[in-house]
Design a protein around this ligand. Structure first.
Ligand SMILES: [Zn+2]
Length: 131
């Protein structure tokens, strides 16, 4: 009945993963977890130095606690390819996507390309398991 069915999220070609670079979104969120007692440091935006200070302070108080799991988290965003369900017509594939991402992500486009490169490395690993 409804000719506008929701786009399946399984169809990865319709979606693009990019780094979220909106206003107020940190480039990275840093923290650490002590591997001896599990205590977690506070989280710090865009600066790993306070985490290092926290680690040193923790070890100063607990000299046997010398191993930490350092974490860096980033915001990601999945955006729909602009050509899906918008306008249509006979445009090229790469140009509208690049233009949309350039407007949406701006300088993060280089990071996006790195991310896509990393994700494309997963594809051969998945296909080699196929008998
Ligand atoms: Zn500890």
């Amino acid at each position: 009945m409804s000719d506008a069915q929701p786009v399946s999220i399984v169809r990865g070609a319709d979606w693009v993963v990019c780094a979220e670079r909106g206003v107020g979104v940190p480039e990275g969120i840093f923290g650490a977890v002590c591997q001896s007692c599990g205590v977690e440091s506070p989280l710090f935006d865009d600066d790993s130095l306070p985490v290092a200070v926290w680690v040193l302070h923790h070890t100063a108080g607990e000299p046997e606690h010398t191993r930490f799991l350092f974490r860096e988290e980033k915001h990601w965003r999945v955006v729909r390819r602009p050509e899906v369900g918008e306008g249509g017509g006979g445009g090229g594939r790469a140009s509208p996507v690049a233009g949309f991402l350039d407007r949406a992500a701006g300088p993060a486009f280089v990071g996006l390309m790195c991310l896509l490169t990393a994700l494309s490395g997963l594809l051969p690993a998945l296909t080699t398991n196929h008998p």
